[in-house]
Design a protein around this ligand. Structure first.
Ligand code: SF4
Length: 321
C-alpha cells in the first residue's frame, strides 16, 4: 500500500457568522470547501489575492484556528479535532512561519532565549543541550554565535526572518507552513531567504506549504501550485503547467503579471476589471463572473465545479466542462 500524503485536507471550511442584535444575519465564507494534498518532501505553493483564504487554510492545517467543517489528515491520521496534549505533540511536526517576525517573536527576549523556548516548552534536552542546539541552528541559518545575545530589534529584516525560520525548525518539524515569508523584504534579501529555505528543505527533509500572493516567488519555490479565489480552489497543477498553460481566466491574469513569463512566453499582460464580490454575499453562479472577460450566460446561474481537466490540471471553470 502506498504511503499516505503528508497532508490531506477534505472539504475544509472556515465560515464566520455575522450577528446583529444576537441574530445571525450573514456568513463570511473565508474558506469554502478546500480539498488538497501535500506530498512528503515537496513544496506546494498556495496563491491568490489578499483575502482569498490562503492564510486561513494554512492556519487551520497548523491548528492555529479551528475549522467550521471538513477534515485534516497528517500522515494518514485525522487531526481535525486534536486538542490539549495531542495538539501540543502535533505542533512539533507542523510549524508556521509568519510574514512579520514581530508578531511571533517576543521583542523583550534575546535571540538565544527565543530559540530555546520551543525546546523548553516541549521539555527537550537539558540547559546545555538546548544552548548547543541554539548555536548549531544559528550556524545553519547563516548567523554567527554572537546573535544569541542580540534582540530582535537589533536585526535587519532578513536576519529577523532567519530567526523566525530557525525558531520554527528547533523542534525538527516535518511540515513548515510559510506564510508570505519574504513579502516584507527587499528583492535582494528575498532571494537569500528563498535560497536558505531551499537548502534547509534538503538538510532537514522538510515539506513546505508556501503561501504567497507573489507568483514569481511561488514559481521559484514550488513543485505544484494551487490557486485560490474567494475561498475556493480555482486551479491546481504542477508548476510548469500552471505557468506555461494556465487554464482558469483568473490564473491567466495572475501569470500574465510575471515579467519573465511575459518575456519568455511572449504574452500580453491581462488587467482585471470589475469588483471583487463581498464574501458575505450569496453568489449565484461563478464567483469570478464579475471580473471574468469570458463570462457568459451559464456563468451567471451555475456554479462551476473543480474538474480534472487532464491528469495534470484541475480547473473550476465552465469553459472546460
Ligand atoms: Fe469566467 Fe465563466 Fe469560467 Fe467563471 S465559469 S471563470 S465566469 S468563464
Amino acid at each position: 500500500m502506498p504511503a499516505p500524503d503528508l497532508v490531506e485536507i477534505l472539504n475544509l471550511k472556515k465560515h464566520y457568522p455575522i450577528h446583529r442584535f444576537g441574530i445571525k444575519k450573514k456568513v463570511i465564507r473565508v474558506v469554502d470547501g478546500v480539498s488538497l494534498s501535500i506530498k512528503k518532501g515537496e513544496t506546494l505553493g498556495l496563491v491568490g489575492e489578499s483575502g482569498c483564504g490562503k492564510s486561513t487554510t494554512g492556519r487551520m492545517i497548523a491548528q492555529l484556528i479551528s475549522s467550521t467543517e471538513g477534515e485534516i489528515f497528517f500522515k494518514g491520521e485525522n487531526i481535525s479535532n486534536f486538542v490539549g496534549k495531542k495538539s501540543k505533540q502535533l505542533s512539533k511536526k507542523i510549524q508556521y512561519v509568519f510574514q512579520d517576525p514581530y508578531t511571533s517573536l517576543n521583542p523583550r527576549h534575546k535571540i538565544g532565549a527565543l530559540l530555546k523556548e520551543p525546546l523548553t516548552i516541549h521539555n527537550i534536552g537539558n540547559k546545555q543541550d538546548r544552548r548547543q542546539s541554539v548555536l548549531e541552528m544559528l550556524e545553519q541559518i547563516g548567523l554567527d554565535p554572537s546573535f544569541e545575545n542580540k534582540y530582535i530589534h537589533q536585526l535587519s529584516g532578513g536576519q529577523r526572518q532567519r530567526i523566525a525560520i530557525a525558531r520554527a525548525l528547533m523542534l525538527r518539524p516535518e511540515l513548515l507552513i510559510l506564510d508570505e515569508p519574504v513579502s516584507a523584504l527587499d528583492v535582494s534579501v528575498q532571494s537569500q531567504i528563498l535560497n536558505l529555505l531551499k537548502d534547509l528543505q534538503q538538510q532537514f527533509s522538510l515539506t513546505y506549504l508556501f503561501i504567497s500572493h507573489d507568483l514569481n516567488v511561488v514559481h521559484y519555490m514550488s513543485d505544484r501550485v494551487t490557486v485560490m479565489y474567494l475561498g475556493k480552489i480555482v486551479e491546481a497543477s504542477d508548476v510548469d503547467h500552471i505557468y506555461k498553460e494556465p487554464l482558469h481566466p483568473y490564473t491567466q491574469t495572475l501569470v500574465s503579471s510575471i515579467p519573465t513569463v511575459l518575456k519568455e512566453e511572449k504574452r500580453k499582460r491581462i488587467f482585471l476589471e470589475g469588483e471583487i464580490p463581498n464574501p458575505s454575499s450569496t453568489i449565484k453562479g461563478c464567483s469570478f463572473q464579475s471580473r471574468c472577460p469570458f463570462a457568459y450566460d451559464r456563468c451567471k446561474v451555475e456554479q462551476p465545479k473543480l474538474i480534472n481537466f487532464d491528469n495534470e490540471q484541475m480547473v473550476r471553470c465552465h469553459l472546460y466542462s
